[in-house]
Design a protein around this ligand. Structure first.
Ligand code: ZN
Length: 403
């Protein structure tokens, strides 16, 4: 005869086993849904120079509504929509968090890809091939999946969370992020910190960017002096004067390069300079001088990436908490939309959670592995939860500094 207690134990064990099984099955199907949504977004062809923005808008709005976010579509330039999603926080007076991504991608040369670049083909090892899989449709949807999970968990944000999807980043962002960041709509968001794109990391450590290389300065050195002739010796010839300048530039170049060679700085942290064009002798009437320096010779602004900036401390702690590892913060080797917000004095970090992934943005066969993608969602969940729960005012601190 079966012992009644044993029977009970057996039943509860079975229940636990079944429960565990159903949780596993649930998360399995949740994962495949998540990947499916990522593939759907990747399949929308938003490649420059003719990005198909409207289907992307429809798709994002559908996601946002299913999560329960407030939606707005702003149009500063016709047919260039900026999508703005909002999860209102409890403490309305505290500055908000803005999670930014761009909806456009660079073109892809189909014949150089192993899989069609807008098919979002998934290999048996989980690699998802698509233009935008790294730059940066992954990030845009990871933000949304993280918010979906936080909503499901019953999380209540203190700070308001905004998510922006902007057009045209790949063609300098003038009709996209620049218009948006310069708008009254943006002012009204009272943004305290921004997350934007970063780069994949081939090793296990994620990369975070706290600034970016400044726009290039085209410098024209014009040397004048006595006109001369090869048969005469005299001082102050134009060429002699020019060489003095070139020598100073080359000495500066060597000093900067030495820092890189000695391992004291990486290439993005120094100023590179190269004489690229030389013209001497009697100017011809057709010679057109390149426009002199138009950029302000101001100091580039970077976001403080140490423990004096709470946004940095929270970011780092959140990533570590979910088992992520980090490289030391870096300067982004090119330009991103984050420059527009930094210019307004707002802290911004460039971060795309892709470890163990070759850097393939703008390259053929761009891909991201599904496991990395899913891990990234968890990383954003931790960061957003931490940022949106942060009560202290950061406003009186300097979150930006000079390089
Ligand atoms: Zn990008």
């Amino acid at each position: 005869m079966a012992d009644k207690n044993n029977f009970k134990t057996l039943i509860s064990t079975l229940t636990i086993v079944l429960l565990a099984f159903s949780y596993a099955a649930k998360s399995e199907s949740q994962h495949s849904q998540l990947i499916h949504r990522f593939q759907q977004y990747l399949q929308i062809n938003t490649a420059q120079p003719t990005p198909n923005y409207m289907p992307a808008v429809d798709f994002i709005l559908l996601q946002a509504k299913s999560i329960g976010l407030d939606v707005q579509v702003l149009e500063y330039v016709k047919s260039k929509p900026v999508i703005l999603l909002t999860w209102q926080g409890k403490a309305k007076s505290l500055p908000s968090i803005l999670l930014n991504s761009h909806t456009d991608v660079v073109p892809a040369e189909k014949e150089k890809w192993v899989h069609e670049p807008f098919s979002a083909h998934k290999d048996s090892n989980g690699d998802i091939y698509a233009r935008g899989s790294q730059d940066m449709k992954c990030v845009g949807l990871q933000y949304l999946e993280a918010l979906r999970n936080l909503k499901d968990k019953g999380f209540v944000p203190l700070r308001t969370i905004h998510v922006s999807f902007v057009p045209d980043e790949e063609i300098l962002g003038r009709d996209g992020a620049q218009m948006f960041v310069g708008s009254k709509d943006f002012d009204s968001l009272n943004v305290g910190v921004v997350l934007d794109e970063g780069l994949a990391s081939p090793d296990e450590n994620y990369r975070v960017f706290y600034g970016e290389r400044s726009a290039p300065w085209w410098l024209v050195v014009k040397a004048v002096g006595a006109p001369g002739h090869g048969s005469k010796l005299y001082d102050n010839s134009a060429m002699e004067n020019l060489l003095k300048s070139v020598e100073i530039i080359m000495r500066f170049r060597a000093a900067q390069f030495d820092l890189v060679k000695a391992g004291l700085a990486c290439e993005e942290e120094v100023i590179s300079v190269n004489p690229v064009f030389l013209k001497a002798g009697t100017p011809t009437p057709t010679f057109k001088e390149k426009e002199p320096i138009k950029n302000k010779l101001g100091v580039p602004l970077v976001t403080v990436a140490n423990h004096s900036n709470p946004w940095w401390t929270l970011l780092e702690a959140a990533i570590l908490k979910v088992g992520g590892k980090l490289h030391k913060p870096e300067i982004f080797p090119a330009a991103t939309d984050a420059r527009f917000v930094r210019r307004r004095g707002i802290a911004a970090f460039g971060f795309s959670p892709m470890a163990n992934t070759p850097i393939l943005l703008h390259d053929h066969n761009e891909f991201l592995n599904e496991a990395e993608y899913l891990k990234g969602v968890g990383v954003y969940e931790a960061i957003i939860e931490s940022y949106a729960s942060y009560m202290e005012a950061v406003e009186d601190r300097d979150t930006l500094s000079e390089l």
